[in-house]
Ligand binder design. Sequence first.
Ligand SMILES: [Zn+2]
Ligand SMILES: [Zn+2]
Length: 300
Amino acid sequence: MIETAVVDPPRTQPRAHISSDGSPWGLKLVTALVVTVPFLGLLIAMVQFWNRAFGWLDLALLVGTYIPISLGVTVGYHRLLTHHSFETNPIVKGMLLIFGSMAIEGNCIGWAANHLLHHQLSDKEGDPHSPVEGLWHAHLGWLFIGRKADPNFYCPGLLKDPVVRFVDRTFVVWVVLGLLIPFLIGGWQGLIWGGLVRVFFVHHVTWSVNSVCHTWGSRPYATSDRSHNNWVVGLLGMGEGFHNNHHRWPRAAIHGMDRWQLDISAMVIQLLERFKLASAVYRIPLETRQRAARSPELTP
Ligand SMILES: [Zn+2]
Ligand SMILES: [Zn+2]
């Protein structure tokens, strides 16, 4: 078991630990490339679509990379690493974090620290990506601002975990591998669909949790932020769109708490649990949820 990271939003901390010097220009350039190149890839793919048939191999590469890499972010980066929603062995942990790295959303430790900062200051000053500062800012613009949470403050336990540190330090290797595999299988066209288009979709679905789910949807539970449950993002984002549930109980392993809220990430965690590959799965009792649903709405 790893030394416990900060698993629930540290709401009582007097101030956020943020570096706000701004990203260096090199990092801004890399961010711009990561954001725009997959979009260009999609445009190229669309041109190709007019000239050549979009085949089964392309579809298989897109779906076959989208699903495990999305789950790497949702199950690995988010629920396991950041919120400690369940425990698993080092091999499963390493694999989940490697898939998550392939999403090109940054090193796992930095991602976790930034996300814990989001939970600490949700929709308040210092939140890295709140639509209070504009929907575009929440979706994408925040990446260029360079507000970085300090992992030494937010998740010091992760810095001591050898598996986490290894995947964090070898981030670039997994990014390259995530692009190389579809290239080796499908050539340049494979790289477009299993690489660039996949990166494009994973990015925009993840960013939609920050923008769409803090703007539109339902709010069954009172929280001091603008989190909403949005079923479209829930479906595309492997269950991450049930974001009001998540902000109410950040450590819960299951975000889709009602029967009709399809949460593929939770299904994966429960499958791992069934095969004894996950333990200490953190669940919210039904009575707790019913009590919370009756409590008065808090203002953001
Ligand atoms: Zn949120
Ligand atoms: Zn979270």
